[in-house]
Design a binder for this molecule. Structure first.
Ligand SMILES: [Zn+2]
Length: 280
């Protein structure tokens, strides 16, 4: 029978000599459990991060790239640089297709401090605000100016964590509106919030049902409306089976240039094809 509990092997564990349930241990992909408990593991990761920051700061002081009064700002900058590099390296969440042009947080920091004085200046101000309030939302973060671009010298600025997440929420998006089986058009909006409020204003009950973006599938929302919603650069899942039949009407006409009237229909073809999830 499998052992339901285990002892943490970390000598600094505050629960050593205690039998801990297996849920207190992380597992390797092969199913084996870590020798130290989750608490010790997190503490270790945190300590490694702190060590990295301390080493980087010592180096920056030694090279006279920062002054003693800038140590606190350099510490938060190190953590931010480190997390951007890791997020891009391990393709975490929204960083899937984003690259970071630096491989070491120290090189990243040196470039910001020496080549982007405005970013570093803003960072120090935002860091002072954070030091004062200690609110996580005030923490300075590295932001990409063009959110579809990489982390590179020409594409970064300082934002507070709050402004950064606000910016992430205001992603442009578009919707194709169909009313009673007729296409009304494709409309673009600066943010999902704008899209919701404008659609509700014109009587499309988008708030009455659970709305999903980037499914590639039309959604009925009521009042005879059907919508296809997509965020800019949003990824639409690929479907193996056909979901829609797309019909393309192709006409060739001879048009009178002065009146714009069709003089003669030269040909009329219709194509049909099967499609999976749709992008607009
Ligand atoms: Zn432990």
């Amino acid at each position: 029978m499998e052992n339901e509990s285990k002892i943490c092997r970390n000598v600094e564990c505050d629960r050593k000599d205690q039998l801990l349930p297996l849920t207190e241990f992380y597992q390797y992909p092969n199913g084996e459990y870590y020798s130290e408990c989750k608490r010790c593991h997190s503490r270790q990761v945190q300590e490694n991060k702190e060590m990295g920051a301390i080493k980087a700061i010592e180096k920056l002081l030694e090279l006279e790239i920062i002054k003693n009064s800038e140590v606190s700002s350099a510490r938060t900058l190190f953590i931010s640089c480190q997390s951007r590099i890791n997020a891009c390296r391990y393709n975490i969440g929204i960083y899937k297709d984003i690259e970071c042009h630096w491989e070491s947080p120290l090189a990243f920091m040196i470039d910001i401090i020496q080549k982007l004085p405005t970013v570093w200046h803003d960072w120090k101000i935002q860091n002072a605000i954070y030091e004062e309030t200690k609110h996580d939302s005030d923490r300075p973060t590295i932001d990409r100016i063009d959110e579809f671009g990489d982390y590179s010298l020409s594409n970064i600025q300082t934002l507070s964590k709050h402004d950064n997440s606000k910016k992430a929420r205001s992603k442009p998006c578009r919707v194709m509106i169909i009313k009673d089986l007729k296409i009304q058009g494709v409309f673009e909006f600066g943010s999902k919030k704008d899209l919701f409020s404008d659609l509700i204003k014109v009587g499309i009950p988008i708030n009455a049902t659970q709305i999903k973006f980037d499914t590639g599938v039309f959604q009925e929302v009521g009042n005879g409306y059907t919508l296809l919603l997509q965020s800019k650069n949003g990824e639409v899942p690929t479907a193996d089976e056909a979901l829609y039949k797309v019909v393309i009407n192709h006409r060739r006409e001879l048009i009178d240039e002065d009146t714009g009237q069709v003089i003669k229909l030269l040909g009329h073809w219709q194509y049909e094809l099967n499609a999976g999830a749709l992008r607009i």
